[in-house]
Design a protein around this ligand. Structure first.
Ligand SMILES: [Zn+2]
Length: 67
């Protein structure tokens, strides 16, 4: 009688898809915050210069060219 090979179940990935999704969300959020702090001039946010003025000290603290 031939020996039957057992089929092993697929191993679970080391990093769960849920964790990858959460990490992607955090990265997207941080990119949005970075954009709003460093680069927003009101064209995308439609806030005029409000966000620019609000984040102005932060821009200078981070060394982002401003004026
Ligand atoms: Zn400035």
């Amino acid at each position: 009688m031939p020996e039957l090979q057992t089929v092993r179940p697929a191993t679970t990935p080391a990093v769960s898809p849920r964790l990858i999704g959460a990490a992607a969300g955090v990265v997207a959020f941080m990119l949005l915050i970075t954009y709003l702090v460093a680069f927003d001039q009101g064209a995308v946010s439609q806030s005029g210069m409000y966000l620019h003025e609000l984040m102005h000290d932060g821009r200078h603290l981070l060394g982002v060219p401003c004026h």
